[in-house]
Design a protein around this ligand. Structure first.
Ligand code: ADP
Ligand code: ASP
Ligand code: MG
Length: 407
């Protein structure tokens, strides 16, 4: 008998029929003698629908009230799934995050889980029940309801595994695993059998939204093996996310990630002198805007340089305004801003040991006539910023040249 934590995402509980199908699946696991704790998302589209609804009332609604609103999505699905289980004769009980003391910090909209009280869950498991827990939500020490950021139900599931010392963590979604790239962009994308935490963390951070970044961080920290599986088709293999040491067959490139949320800002004609990066980026970070890639070009003969960086598209307008002020203050020539850029990244542990991957990547893009605007590399990834109109072309040609469609 194993204690299994399962997570079903929005598409897996998008209708009454899907919820009933999930209940059948859970019942079958239970009948094999396993104990089950199930975390669920809101029905697909609900979180976005409620976000839009709030914005019809207030441009920037209070983060606290947003959390009160959004957590209702998961409360609906835990109750419906529990009813569906009971209807099948499978004893079950639902709990909201606060009911099982999923304690978080007070950062509304992006709270971090600090602890979970497992007593109530174990008590219900001991009574032979399936325990259904609302994903994405918690409560801070003052009793305020919090949410964990978009895609946060993944993190709830991983946190439940650590709190319960469960044997397995299964993340059920609408694809049957982690693919070499987003299957919505490249139909030849292939399911990856095994991938390391490190690579999955890079892929998630670089835009592969199949798992929330924090869930992978959490899993890596506590060495929780994760399996991503499909709730729609039966494939018990899926993708295993585990420690690098457990991976027998290493590949050079594991996958290609892309991020459409990018925007680029450049300051042209800046004096190349000490403190310039600080003067430009300090007002940006003071406005709580995260900067991703940064490029400062080599200064030309006149001692002038160009300074460019990327931010999330949501922050584009604010960052542009700030940079225009900076431009005047430091006497730079001009600001250039572009929110029609995307980031495409190659991810793989093999990049560490194979020289020339970056050159090969640049050659592919050159052959397609795609201009690279920015480059950034780390041990296991190479990212480029390109014009958004080339996104599909870049992903597909890189996927083909690096033969990611082949075993
Ligand atoms: P859920 O609602 O179950 O949490 P998500 O929509 O958050 O599901 O994540 C699944 C989606 O992630 C897939 O439908 C797919 O389009 C997208 N995706 C992006 N990159 C990848 C990838 N490398 N492998 C698999 N899916 C990916
Ligand atoms: N319902 C939340 C969202 O759409 C959390 C999740 O699905 O994981 O982001
Ligand atoms: Mg998700």
């Amino acid at each position: 008998m194993a204690l299994i934590v399962q997570k079903y995402g929005g598409t897996s509980v998008a209708s009454v029929e899907r919820i009933q199908a999930v209940a059948q699946k859970i019942k079958a696991f239970k009948e094999k003698g396993h104990q089950l704790v199930v975390s669920v998302s809101a029905m697909s589209g609900e979180t976005s629908r409620m976000t839009a609804l709030a914005q019809t009332i207030q441009d920037i609604p209070s983060l606290r009230e947003m959390d009160v609103l959004l957590t209702t999505g998961e409360q609906v699905t835990i109750a419906l799934l529990t009813m569906a289980l009971q209807q099948l004769g499978c004893d079950a009980v639902s709990y909201t995050g606060p009911q099982v003391c999923i304690m978080t910090d007070s950062e509304h909209g992006k709270a971090r889980i600090k602890s979970i009280d497992n007593h109530r869950i174990f008590h219900s498991l001991d009574q032979g029940k399936v325990v259904v827990v609302a994903g994405f939500q918690g409560v801070d020490e003052n009793g305020h309801i919090t949410t964990l950021g978009r895609g946060g139900s993944d993190t709830t599931a991983v946190a439940l595994v650590t709190a319960l010392k469960a044997d397995e963590c299964q993340i059920y979604t609408d694809v049957d695993g982690v693919f070499t790239t987003d299957p919505r962009i490249e139909i030849n994308a292939r399911r990856i059998n095994v991938v390391s935490y490190e690579e999955m963390l890079e892929m998630a951070s670089l835009g592969s939204k199949v798992l929330q970044i924090r869930s992978v961080e959490f899993a890596s920290k506590y060495k929780v093996p994760l399996r991503v599986l499909s709730s729609l088709i039966d494939n018990p293999l899926g993708t295993l996310i585990t420690r690098e040491e457990n991976i027998v067959e290493q590949v050079v490139i594991s996958g290609i990630a892309h991020n459409k949320d990018e925007a680029k800002l450049s300051l042209i004609g800046v004096l190349d002198e000490p403190g310039i990066a600080f003067k430009i980026l300090n007002p940006i970070s003071s406005a709580n805007i995260e900067v991703d890639m940064i490029v400062q070009s080599v200064s030309a003969r006149e001692g002038l340089t160009n300074f460019a960086f990327t931010v999330h598209r949501n922050n584009f307008k604010t960052a542009s305004k700030i940079l225009n002020n900076v431009c005047k203050e430091i006497g730079a020539i001009a600001v250039q801003s572009d929110d029609k850029v995307v980031k495409v990244s190659l991810v793989g542990i093999g990049i560490r040991s194979h020289a020339g991957i970056a050159t090969q990547m640049f050659e592919v893009l050159h052959n397609e006539g795609i201009n690279i605007q920015m480059i950034s590399t780390s041990e296991i990834k190479i990212s480029v910023v390109i014009d958004e109109k080339y996104l599909e072309l870049a992903v597909r040609s890189l996927h083909a040249v690096f033969e990611l469609d082949k075993e």
